[in-house]
Design a protein around this ligand. Structure first.
Ligand code: LIP
Length: 265
């Protein structure tokens, strides 16, 4: 295929890849407890790897020369022309236990900018999409962030560090956020959280250490739905302190994150 490719072509492929990965997980959910690696507070499933393979097959058959970075394997080079960023199962622990809040997330980065993203939630039958030059959609219906103005009226979502015990600052943030928001929730799948912000079911999302594959597609979807996504601090090549919101409660959330976690103000 030509190296000049439109964002909508990239999105079409991202949707097919997300559906291939997500449907493979759903169809094989009887195998959801096949563990390949276990650590404290986390797990890798045989299906994580299989689903990444399914997504890669779709991408490589359309864009053989493009590079791939997945949660399960892959390489990240700052200078990659096109980079596909895959989380084959985001919310792995939810999936393993049978909770429906998990998804397959695929984003495409072109010269350092995320230009297309698809997040597919097989158990909820929802597919969220956006490109850098189009609005955000859920199942082809346009979506928009909420118009909640103040944190005291907001539902905020977040994630807890996998390194609880060594670093409890993430708990301090969660407590502080819970004291100021109407409610806070830990749902267990960052890309799903971002889509919930994008469609206005939640008003903000924060996490103190999150990876590129968890937020790349969802972050674009939030922005194209009218919200704001912000890296507060880069921790490693592909990990960040991260905040996104409907834009209106952003300042209040950021103040709490900066005062409890540190990072850039
Ligand atoms: C998980 C996230 C979750 C976050 C975890 C983890 P995985 O991704 O989406 O919300 O709190 O730190 O990164 O491992 O299920 O793909």
């Amino acid at each position: 295929m030509s190296s000049i490719v439109s964002n909508s072509d990239l999105l079409q492929c991202a949707v097919s890849a997300a559906r291939a990965a997500g449907n493979h997980a759903l169809e094989n959910s009887s195998r959801r407890r096949e563990v390949s690696e276990k650590s404290q507070h986390d797990v890798k499933l045989a299906l994580d790897r299989e689903c990444q393979q399914k997504a890669e097959q779709v991408i490589q058959s359309a864009f053989r020369e493009h590079k791939i970075l997945g949660e399960e394997w892959g390489f990240y080079h700052e200078g990659d022309e096109h980079l596909w960023i895959i989380d084959p199962i985001d919310g792995t622990v939810n999936f393993m236990h049978g909770l429906p809040f998990w998804c397959s997330s695929i984003a495409v980065r072109h010269r350092g900018e995320i230009v297309a993203g698809a997040v597919y939630l097989p158990a909820m039958k929802e597919c969220y999409t956006a490109t850098a030059d189009s609005p955000a959609f859920c199942n082809d219906e346009p979506i928009h962030v909420s118009d909640v103005e103040q944190l005291e009226d907001a539902l905020v979502l977040g994630g807890l560090s996998k390194h609880l015990g060594k670093d409890n600052s993430t708990l301090d943030t969660f407590i502080a956020m819970s004291q100021r928001a109407q409610k806070s929730r830990l749902m267990g799948a960052a890309a799903v959280d971002l889509c919930n912000v994008a469609c206005g079911r939640a008003d903000g999302y924060f996490e103190s250490m999150i990876h590129l594959w968890d937020i790349a597609a969802g972050g674009l979807i939030v922005q194209r739905a009218g919200g704001k996504a912000e890296v507060l601090e880069q921790i490693g090549d592909v990990s960040f302190r991260y905040l996104c919101s409907n834009g209106r409660v952003h300042g209040e959330m950021k103040e709490i994150l900066v005062s409890t976690l540190g990072g850039e103000g």
